[in-house]
Ligand binder design. Structure first.
Ligand code: DGL
Length: 276
């Protein structure tokens, strides 16, 4: 088989597929290699050191498989591992490789959604504790410019990973966290789904978020931001192969991954097992 140089897309499990789907729609010409660390999911409840260690291993695996560029399609990994990987790992591994995250593009998009600058961030415990959104928002817009309320939603990733997207259990936990967010700040006019798993719960989320409030999903934002990145970084663009393939790797059972991923991508998918 001819050697390809795909764009690597990484997540702790299935959530990153919500990003991959949008990226492929915006940039259909490239090759993609998705890696889900389903054997070690969830990341959202784990320590900084563990998330960094797992993410770094996954990124190295994707580099070894030929990816010149890896997207961390996971807020928890972007919050806890991206900076260390960019500053410490990349200079040691290969200065030409690149790793990008999902938080910065989401924060850049915020200004065009929120009118009153009261923003709610729904995310994993890890992302919330890292304060990455507040820090990035302060860096980009100045501190005190946005009124940020964060809410950790620890039950949502297990619901998605177990395909419990619509039952009474999902309904209870979606309503609970959204109610708690709006109790903390009833003025919120924009909610960021700051975990790539959450768009799978969008139907229920829209049912309980008050009318008129924007709900931001990251897929199209990350896809547009990647398109812009490749327009500006022509060396990276030239290094990527363009045979329009998508390959799926999981650290858990490939059959289970394939059936879940097929549902998320809206087409039949084949998956392979990999160790990292
Ligand atoms: N999808 C990941 C995120 O965006 C988190 C899932 C997990 O907890 O592993 O934060």
């Amino acid at each position: 088989m001819e050697k390809i140089s795909p764009i690597g897309v990484f997540d702790s499990g299935y959530g990153g597929l919500s990003i991959l789907k949008e990226i492929v729609q915006v940039l259909p010409g490239y090759d993609y290699l998705y890696l889900g660390d389903n054997a070690r999911t969830p990341y959202g409840t784990r320590s900084f050191d563990i998330v960094y260690h797992y993410t770094s291993e996954a990124v190295r695996r994707l580099f070894a498989l030929g990816c010149p560029l890896v997207i961390l399609a996971c807020n928890t990994a972007s919050a806890k591992a991206l900076r260390t990987i960019q500053q410490t790992d990349l200079p040691r591994i290969d200065v030409k490789k690149r790793v990008l995250g999902v938080i910065r593009p989401s924060v850049e998009a915020l200004a065009s959604y929120s009118r009153n600058r009261h923003v709610g961030i729904l995310a994993t415990r890890g992302t919330v504790a890292s304060e990455s959104y507040s820090l990035e928002i302060a860096k980009l817009y100045g501190s005190g410019e946005f009124y940020i309320t964060q809410k950790a939603c620890p039950m949502w990733v297990p619901l998605v990973e177990n395909n419990e997207l619509a039952g009474a259990g999902a309904e209870y936990f979606v309503k609970k966290y959204i109610d708690e967010l709006f109790q903390s700040d009833p003025l919120i006019d924009t909610v960021v789904l700051g975990c790539t798993h959450y768009p799978l719960l969008r139907e229920l989320i829209h049912r309980y978020v008050p009318q008129g409030v924007n709900v931001i999903e990251q897929g199209h934002i990350v896809a547009d931001s990647l398109k812009d990145y490749l327009n500006r970084h022509t060396d990276m663009e030239a290094a990527l192969s363009k045979q329009q393939t998508i390959r799926y790797l999981t650290t858990e059972q490939p059959d289970l991954f394939a059936s879940m991923a097929g549902m998320f991508m809206g087409k039949k998918v084949e998956a392979e097992h990999t160790s990292i």
